[in-house]
Design a protein around this ligand. Structure first.
Ligand SMILES: *[C@@H]1O[C@H](CO)[C@@H](O)[C@H](O)[C@H]1NC(C)=O
Ligand SMILES: *[C@@H]1O[C@H](CO)[C@@H](O)[C@H](O)[C@H]1NC(C)=O
Ligand SMILES: *[C@@H]1O[C@H](CO)[C@@H](O)[C@H](O)[C@H]1NC(C)=O
Ligand SMILES: *[C@@H]1O[C@H](CO)[C@@H](O)[C@H](O)[C@H]1NC(C)=O
Ligand SMILES: *[C@@H]1O[C@H](CO)[C@@H](O)[C@H](O)[C@H]1NC(C)=O
Length: 355
């Protein structure tokens, strides 16, 4: 009898550990569909024989649509690589999974020539530069390699995590012509309806400039919002005496009529980490552009993560160890802008449980 009781206990313990809800705290991600497509681009003819053509300079969009989706599509636009949206620095869940669990359709975008849209119409060149150490400082892991910020939201003791971060890059092609090319393809994607009728761009670094320019170029109203994480480069209207930059980081100057499209978005947010100096030139640009957007009746603001109590942010806060907190701020942005509704609004009563 005693032996039997003991065996029963052992069995119960085994069952509990096999189905241990604490050990598996996350609900499954349930998708209705996933896939990808090329969009934009052109077909060029061989100068030697017009019967031979090349389809090139398109962008590539990968998508994941939840079983019960919200209306707003989150388009994640990197400048370094899509990897930064896929995982946290310690390989935990990145923004992609965090927001799939919140039932937002997720789109991972590679603009023409980068990543999986690596099929250009023109010759390109790549010269290796020894820039791991420059990445470290540029991504604000610390003031300079290998000096980490003491509070940095990165697993500093994990050498593999650093190796993974610095090797996850694509060639960016940061030239004015490529910024235009990539924004034009994204505008075609936005107008096509294939990315949904409510688009919010989430961008990092030089992706912010591209998403703003995409909005200026798009002809319909599918784009509803932009949240930039540490945007390097801004779009300005042509009536404020700003001179266009000649490189890949702006300023890009567009006709006022196009700039006003940014003021028609439900909301725009320029987000900065606490280790960015308030007098950093791009922080100043973000404040100026938010004012300009608001002067045309828009809803733009600059959000300093440090003022929200988040410390030790890197240049890529949505991959930081505290990315759940960063995501919580994005939840608030989407709710405030009325961009958190479900396609299937009638079943709203299950939404809380579903999250
Ligand atoms: C369930 O998982 C948690 C976290 O891993 C662990 O602390 C706990 O001991 C587990 N419980 C059982 C019954 O195995
Ligand atoms: C291109 O194709 C057409 C139709 O098949 C053919 O008549 C023509 O000779 C081809 N041109 C060249 C340069 O091969
Ligand atoms: C928007 O319309 C203008 C004027 O017709 C056109 O030149 C431009 O290519 C269109 N943009 C897109 C993204 O289709
Ligand atoms: C426009 O900017 C240039 C250079 O930044 C400056 O020299 C000029 O005075 C400005 N013009 C006006 C009207 O503000
Ligand atoms: C920002 O402020 C710091 C400290 O006051 C100063 O050393 C630095 O030169 C300033 N940078 C710019 C771009 O103005």
């Amino acid at each position: 009898m005693f032996v039997f009781f003991y065996l029963l206990l052992a069995y119960l313990k085994f069952v509990l550990s096999e189905f241990n809800a604490t050990a598996r705290p996350r609900k499954p991600i349930v998708l209705e569909r996933s896939g990808g497509f090329q969009i934009g681009g052109k077909i060029i003819q061989s100068p030697f024989n017009p019967n031979f053509t090349l389809s090139c300079d398109h962008g590539y969009m990968e998508y994941f649509v939840p079983w019960r989706p919200r209306k707003t599509s989150l388009v994640m636009w990197h400048s370094s690589s899509t990897q930064v949206w896929q995982n946290r620095w310690d390989s935990g869940p990145g923004y992609k999974d965090l927001f799939l669990r919140r039932n937002y359709p997720i789109y991972l975008w590679d603009g023409p020539r980068v990543g999986r849209a690596n099929w250009p119409c023109q010759p390109t060149s790549y010269t290796p530069s020894y820039q791991d150490q420059a990445n470290f400082a540029a991504w604000n892991f610390g003031p300079r390699y290998p000096l980490w910020w003491p509070d940095v939201q990165f697993p500093v003791a994990d050498a593999a995590a650093w190796q993974h971060a610095t090797s996850a890059r694509y060639i960016e092609y940061d030239t004015t012509a490529n910024v235009e090319l990539q924004a034009s393809a994204a505008a075609i994607a936005a107008d096509s309806g294939k990315v949904g009728k409510e688009i919010v761009y989430l961008t990092n670094s030089a992706g912010g400039l591209r998403a703003m320019l995409t909005t200026a170029k798009a002809n319909n109203t599918n784009i509803k919002g932009i949240v930039t994480y540490e945007s390097i480069g801004y779009v300005f209207p042509d009536n404020v005496n700003v001179t266009a930059g000649t490189g890949g980081f702006g300023p890009v100057v567009v006709p006022v009529k196009q700039f006003k499209k940014l003021a028609q978005l439900k909301a725009v947010q320029f987000v900065w980490g606490d280790h960015r100096a308030a007098n950093y030139s791009y922080v100043a640009e973000s404040r100026r552009v938010a004012e300009l957007i608001n002067s045309y009746g828009g809803n733009a603001r600059v959000l300093m993560l440090g003022e929200e109590g988040l410390k030790g942010s890197t240049h890529i806060p949505f991959a930081d160890l505290d990315n759940e907190k960063v995501a919580g701020l994005l939840d608030g942005f989407l709710e405030d802008a009325g961009l958190d509704g479900y396609v299937d609004e009638d079943a709203e009563d299950w939404s809380d449980e579903d999250r």
